[in-house]
Design a protein around this ligand. Structure first.
Ligand SMILES: CC(C)(COP(=O)(O)OP(=O)(O)OC[C@H]1O[C@@H](n2cnc3c(N)ncnc32)[C@H](O)[C@@H]1OP(=O)(O)O)[C@@H](O)C(=O)NCCC(=O)NCCS
Length: 138
């Protein structure tokens, strides 16, 4: 299911294009320290979110997130992306013992994602780049 969502053109255009099933397995198997959740609404899968720990001297205690809603679902309520991300942040905060940063990276043309990062109180750390970067301390 996630493979098909990931390769839908509305999702793939914001990532590195389409992937093969081999790429998908490699991605799936290497991320054992990541949190990957499917977001359900009324028993139907509506979205996917991943938090991946990043190793960097500049960004300690940081998880990079990536997310998408089910691109095949045409009848999505407004605000669903925001709701999914709020719930996911709350859940991660209750799971992890220490506070942490979330890093969001999105293309400058991805208006819904840019709006969401601003709405959720992320601070932009590197504006004026093709890929905009946002941080939030939780
Ligand atoms: C990003 C994503 C999860 C947002 O989900 P969503 O349910 O549309 O999000 P919300 O409705 O909570 O908020 C999106 C905002 O963008 C706006 N928006 C949506 N499409 C838009 C468009 N084409 N142009 C301008 N604004 C747009 C919405 O109106 C909303 O703003 P508002 O609340 O001020 O009206 C969803 O669009 C998605 O799955 N996109 C494909 C994958 C992706 O881009 N992932 C993120 C990579 S960084």
């Amino acid at each position: 299911m996630i493979f098909h969502w990931r390769n839908h053109k509305e999702v793939a255009k914001w990532s590195a294009g389409e992937i093969t099933m081999d790429d998908h397995w490699e991605w799936f198997l290497k991320g054992e320290k990541s949190f990957r959740w499917v977001f359900y609404l009324d028993n139907s899968p509506y979205g996917f979110i991943k938090f991946e720990p990043i190793d960097s001297i500049e960004l300690l205690n940081t998880y990079r997130w990536s997310f998408y809603l089910n691109p095949f679902e045409t009848n999505k309520p407004f605000g669903l992306g925001t709701l999914m991300l709020q719930l996911a942040m709350t859940k991660l905060r209750t799971i992890l013992p220490d506070r942490f940063h979330i890093l969001g990276e999105c293309h400058e043309d991805n208006i819904p994602s840019l709006k969401i990062h601003h709405r959720l109180g992320f601070k932009e750390i590197e504006p004026d780049r093709e890929f905009r970067r946002f941080l939030k301390w939780l």
